[in-house]
Design a protein around this ligand. Structure first.
Ligand SMILES: [Zn+2]
Ligand SMILES: [Zn+2]
Length: 846
């Protein structure tokens, strides 16, 4: 093409914001510098550990990931610019069932499938420009990582914190494996919302998380910088209830050692109102009562079936209450009363002791049950009278609050409920038939999974020696490859003789390996410690290095992890602290849970066809626009309803920024260094700049309303366009240089590609990543002020200073608040106040 045309084309292209060209250029540069985002090893700077939850390598990033990482990346960049030694790593939670499913359906080995997905997602992350220190990458499915899971397991076993027992477990038929209690949501599998979880009896490995129940609960108070919602969910999950254990003796002849029923109650103050004892169908005594009573056994079996069904449906509270009278009796130790023993379908063996005292007058469920079966209902608590001489009417039943006093309760009558609970628990303990106690809803963590793609549990079974741990020197127990995987018939590893058959380290005889693998939540319980020292092959990590980086200053992820990952990792930290490995009690100082991304009012899902692909967005609008949109569309903790037009709008804004700097960058090279003697227009721009810096800085340190930060930057750009043609050289050229430079700095955490390009266009040589974050001058950010003379009866008394553009009322108020005016009008009647806005006030007095 002719020379002139070429020049014209080039000029046009320089005017155009070509995100793809800019992002390709910088992406290549950044990839060439492996140390670019590396944390410093020995640094005098203050440290800052910012972390986004590591993804499962499904193969492609979804938009929720992009939002999560865009928040963390903006913060990491902001902290670098503020002079911190930032740790910002990324890794892969890469064990788990989808890899096995892929192996079954596509015949790809899980390891190959997983590593391929990781490679792809890493490319996507790099294309999006996330500033991760890849030298610390952690991949949980590799032996260099999972050997430490095994090492921890051995330590836990030594300390009695890992144990094996046969128990009823949750079984997902689709996953073909056991689930932890935390993985059952409303009776369904956490991965299969349409699949009811079954109960099976299996031998399983458990971690004794209940040993830390009280500390996990108490330390929630230390987590003031966590969302209250997450703390509440954990508090409820741990479910502490304070109550008492009371022994009821069986009436009549009994087997030795089996002569009492221990009841758990949170309301021992109502014990004089107990009119029956209720046992769970699985209570051991029930088996004895039914041994020679086929009729009773049939009824109990029926109750068991009903309970199992209700459990599988999720809410045992909703069950229609049924029971059967055993025609046996137990004796209330407080008053010697004989109470009939019933078996009921709503009493659970795994809550309390599996036995309750039924107090129909003061408990909803007991009331319902007593009405149905005609059991007596006896009032033992009455509400407080509003005042002393008022007689109390009997309350409507059941009366369940603690706000009352005891009646019909022997020596305890007239005590208030709270006091009675204390005294009656003490009394029971004194007489040896009970005591105050605490129970928790939290159960031990079942970690055995009958699947292949997980960490092998490092235990052996020997006919002579029983359970034998694998010696530490033999770690890692490598997960074998080329294993035939099916979802039926139990653990795939059990079908690999080379794996199963081994030698007992104690007796030298034959032994079998454990063929279950660990729950993948073990992997994520401590992975963030490994980032601090990712290549250590002598220990999971070096304690001193971890002591420098921990706690994590800011952790960012989805609320769906509130119970699972976030409770397990707190537990793991406390265990490691007790082993002397870490010094912190809690791993995470501040937690942020970002909102979900939806489209068209619904969660993005393949079946609804409303999935927005990050790759497609990046190809159409660029990484900067895609990222910036996820931050701009709404506050990061809110649900974001995706709009493609919104991304387009963000791209137009970045185009405006690009064109402004492309056109005005040369003005940044002005010889003038001082920003002096500005015109009012220029002063306005300068003020706007300092206000914007203040706004963005405050948002980073406070509520993270990046949407308003970005809106403020947009306003600044609008004002710049309005001002551009009125620049009065040369003094204002220095201002133009200053404002462009700061605009780029402000954009750097949100749109790093464009910011780097513009930084270079401005002739800056220093790496933008660590360029100092701009400071605002409070004086310059202050709204402009004007002086207004105040007259009293036409005579000048004082001058007040008010912000420019103040309302008449505001000016009047300022004048009246002035001391000189106060004394000038003291004791006089104000007839009239004349305000000439922006000019003067005259107060007429008599
Ligand atoms: Zn499942
Ligand atoms: Zn042996």
């Amino acid at each position: 093409m002719p020379q002139e045309e070429k020049t014209a084309a080039r000029e046009r292209s320089e005017d155009r914001y070509d995100a793809q060209r800019i992002e390709a250029k910088w992406s290549e540069r950044w990839q060439q510098d492996a140390s670019l985002y590396a944390a410093e090893r020995a640094s005098t700077k203050p440290k800052f550990y910012v972390l986004e939850m590591l993804p499962y390598p499904s193969g492609v990033l979804h938009m929720g990931h992009v939002r999560n990482y865009a928040i963390g990346d903006a913060l990491a960049r902001y902290m670098w610019m503020n002079g911190y030694n930032v740790l910002h790593p990324m890794g892969w939670d890469s064990f788990g069932l989808p890899a096995e499913n892929a192996a079954i359906s596509a015949n790809v080995p899980p390891r190959e499938w997983t590593l391929r997905n990781i490679a792809n997602m890493k490319l996507q992350m790099n294309r999006l420009g996330f500033a991760y220190d890849w030298s610390r990458e952690v991949t949980t499915c590799l032996p260099e990582y999972y050997r430490w899971n095994q090492w921890f397991f051995l330590r836990l076993y030594e300390k009695g914190l890992a144990y094996r027992k046969k128990s009823k477990v949750n079984w997902c038929p689709k996953c073909a494996t056991v689930l932890a209690n935390e993985q059952v949501v409303n009776g369904r599998c956490w991965r299969h919302e349409d699949t009811l979880v079954e109960q099976r009896e299996l031998e399983q490995w458990f971690l004794r998380i209940t040993k830390y129940a009280e500390e996990l609960l108490r330390d929630l108070d230390k987590l003031g910088a966590w969302p209250e919602k997450v703390r509440t969910m954990q508090r409820n999950w741990i479910g502490r209830s304070d109550g008492a254990l009371v022994d009821f003796k069986l009436d009549g002849p009994t087997d030795p050692g089996d002569s009492t029923i221990t009841v758990f109650t949170t309301r021992v103050d109502t014990i004089y109102g107990a009119t029956s004892i209720q046992l769970a169908p699985e209570h051991p005594l029930v088996a004895r009562f039914t041994r020679h009573n086929d009729l009773l056994r049939a009824s109990v079996d029926q109750l068991m079936t009903e309970q199992r069904k209700a459990k599988e449906l999720g809410d045992i509270g909703e069950i229609e209450k049924h029971g059967v009278n055993t025609h046996r009796f137990a004796i209330n130790p407080f008053n010697g009363e004989k109470l009939p023993i019933w078996v009921a379908n709503y009493i659970l063996m795994d809550y309390g002791t599996g036995a309750i005292m039924s107090v129909p007058a003061h408990d909803e469920r007991d009331y319902e049950f007593a009405k149905k079966y005609g059991l007596p209902i006896r009032l033992v608590i009455i509400p407080h009278p509003a005042n002393l001489d008022e007689t109390v009417a009997e309350p409507p039943l059941p009366f369940t609050t603690l706000d009352g006093s005891l009646v019909n309760s022997g020596q305890f009558s007239r005590l208030e409920c709270e006091a009675a609970i204390k005294q009656m628990s003490d009394d029971a303990e004194e007489h040896g038939f009970g005591k105050a106690t605490v129970t928790y809803r939290l159960k031990d963590w079942g970690i055995s999974r009958q699947r292949y793609w997980g960490t092998p549990i490092p235990m052996l079974y020997c006919d002579k020696d029983g359970i034998v741990p694998v010696p530490e020197k033999d770690l890692p127990v490598i997960l074998p490859e080329k294993v035939e995987i099916t979802l039926s018939g139990g653990s795939p590893l059990a079908k690999v003789p080379e794996f199963v058959n081994t030698t007992c380290p104690r007796c030298g005889g034959p032994a079998r390996r454990e063929t279950d693998t660990m729950d993948t939540f073990v992997d994520s319980s401590w992975y963030f410690y490994r980032y601090a020292d990712a290549h250590n092959d002598q220990a999971p990590f070096d304690s001193k290095t971890v002591a420098y980086w921990f706690p994590i200053d800011q952790y960012i992820g989805g609320i769906e992890h509130a119970i699972l990952h976030l409770i397990y990792s707190r537990f793991w930290t406390k265990v490691m602290r007790d082993m002397g490995l870490v010094q912190v009690d809690e791993p995470v100082q501040r937690l942020f849970t970002q909102g979900m991304i939806i489209k068209g009012g619904a969660k993005m899902s393949k079946s609804l066809g409303n999935v927005v692909s990050p790759d497609e967005m990046v190809a159409r609008y660029g990484a900067d626009s895609t990222r910036l949109y996820t931050l701009f569309a709404t506050a990061p903790d809110r649900e974001l309803d995706w709009q493609d037009e919104g991304v387009e709008g963000v791209q137009r804004f970045l185009g405006r920024v690009y064109r402004f700097v492309a056109k005005n960058a040369s003005r940044a090279n002005s010889a003038e260094k001082q920003v002096a003697s500005l015109t009012p227009d220029a002063r306005k721009i300068q003020r706007k700049l300092h206000q914007t810096i203040r706004r963005v800085s405050t948002d980073f340190q406070g509520r993270w309303h990046f949407n308003t930060s970005i809106a403020a930057i947009m306003e600044l750009v609008n004002d710049l366009y309005a001002y551009e043609d009125r620049v009065a050289a040369p003094a204002e050229a220095a201002l133009m240089a200053d404002v462009q430079r700061n605009l780029v700095l402000l954009l750097a955490p949100f749109a790093p590609y464009l910011a780097h390009e513009l930084w270079e266009m401005l002739g800056e040589k220093r790496n933008l990543l660590k360029a100092p974050w701009p400071k605002y001058d409070p004086a310059l950010a202050k709204e402009e002020e004007i002086e207004i003379p105040v007259q009293v009866n036409g005579k000048l008394r004082t001058v007040v200073v008010v912000p420019a553009g103040s309302t008449e009322d505001a000016i009047r108020e300022a004048a009246m608040a002035d001391d000189k005016i106060k004394s000038a009008v003291a004791g006089k009647k104000i007839v009239k106040v004349i305000v000439v806005p922006g000019k003067l006030i005259n107060i007429v007095v008599r």
